[in-house]
Design a protein around this ligand. Structure first.
Ligand SMILES: Nc1nc2c(ncn2[C@@H]2O[C@H](COP(=O)(O)OP(=O)(O)OP(=O)(O)O)[C@@H](O)[C@H]2O)c(=O)[nH]1
Length: 332
């Protein structure tokens, strides 16, 4: 199967800054070809972006709130159109309307009939200045937060230090362990959401991300990367147990792994965003050494503990239960 295109949902209550974030992503997307689904074109400066070649394909849902679209096929048709190989889209961003229930939209993406698309995670925006009072009137927001893979605490310019801490504590209480990034005007690093080429998870790409972590002070202060390398294969059951119970704060994991299974000695590319997990089977190049190279990215990661846990998942003698490989193959 060809590489799949991640579909990232951007959700958040009315006015939390979804469109602002989307515009920021689109104007800072480097070489990534982004397809966008929005509820209405009005708020995204689509003409300017199209002229500047900053958006590659854009479709709009006609009838307002996308989680109320009785016929989920409308969204699915759009995903299908954006995923056409001829569109050469790398990533699709769906801006959910302010009142949309993210869980309904997630379900629609997961149920997509297009095998070229896959769910790529939920980015939930929180209006730092309004969150507490909005929660009073819309307690369902607490539930939305639990589905988030990344919380963006926006409008930090409207908060003093104390207020910021209060909102952060509230978010942590509602979505324990979920990575949170604080920003103003949606200015998050697009590299947190998509690679320049998602199908190209080469080591060079991962290292350049690490470089980014080192050089971008703002990002560095919020995010960290942990690199794990080993020549040994993984025990599939133990690796899956690790991935099922990911360290708190982990947002992304990507890289290559291999197993000692007699029929599955391929090079598996692993890609995890939030709760999403996929493996792709590939080939080792002639003479290429079998090696596991994983990069884990998140907030507040305990590097020593993660390294220890991953080391414990290795299978140096190659005698892991061969049946356990099916737990991995289910995600291929
Ligand atoms: N002060 C401040 N204003 C912001 C920030 N981010 C966005 N805004 C403003 O907040 C308002 C709402 O932002 P939008 O990006 O339209 O929010 P939205 O979530 O798309 O809104 P809906 O489409 O109504 O759900 C706009 O006037 C933005 O300029 C921020 O970080 N700080």
């Amino acid at each position: 199967m060809p590489s799949q295109i991640p579909v990232i949902l951007v959700a958040g209550f009315l006015g939390s800054g979804k469109t602002t974030l989307l515009n920021h992503l689109l104007t800072n997307r480097s070489g990534t070809r982004v397809g966008v689904v929005v509820n209405d074109f009005g708020s995204v400066n689509i003409d300017a972006l199209l002229v500047a070649g900053q958006v590659d394909s854009m479709v709009s849902l006609s009838n307002g709130c996308m989680c109320c679209v009785a016929d989920a096929s409308e969204l699915d048709d759009m995903l299908g159109r954006l995923a056409e190989p001829s569109a050469r889209i790398d990533v699709i961003v769906v801006e959910a309307s302010g009142l949309a229930e993210p869980q309904s939209v997630i379900r629609m993406v997961l149920a997509s009939s297009h095998e070229r698309v896959r769910y790529g995670g939920l980015v939930q925006l929180v209006d730092g200045a309004e969150f507490e009072s909005t929660l009073d009137t819309h307690p369902e927001l607490a539930k939305h937060l639990r589905y988030a893979d990344l919380v963006v605490l926006n409008k930090e310019d409207r908060l003093d230090e104390e207020e910021r801490e209060v909102v952060l504590a509230l978010v942590e209480q509602l979505a324990p362990g979920t990575p949170v990034i604080t920003t103003a005007h949606g200015r998050i690093d697009p590299g947190l959401l998509f690679d320049a080429k998602p199908e190209d998870t080469t080591v060079a790409r991962q290292l350049s991300f690490e470089e980014l972590l080192r050089h971008d002070h703002h990002l560095h202060s919020a995010y960290q990367g942990v690199t794990f390398r080993s020549p040994h294969p993984f025990d599939p059951a133990l690796l899956m147990a690790f991935l099922d119970d990911r360290p708190a704060g982990l947002y992304r994991a990507k890289g290559f792994v291999h197993f000692a299974h007699p029929e599955h000695r391929q090079k598996f590319t692993v890609h995890a965003v939030g709760n999403y997990l996929s493996f792709e089977r590939g080939r080792w190049r002639a003479g290429e050494a079998r090696e596991t190279q994983l990069v884990l990215i998140g907030t507040g990661l305990d590097e020593a503990a993660i390294t220890e846990r991953l080391t414990a998942c290795l299978d140096p003698s190659g005698d892991a239960d061969p049946a356990a490989i099916f737990r991995v193959l289910r995600h291929c």
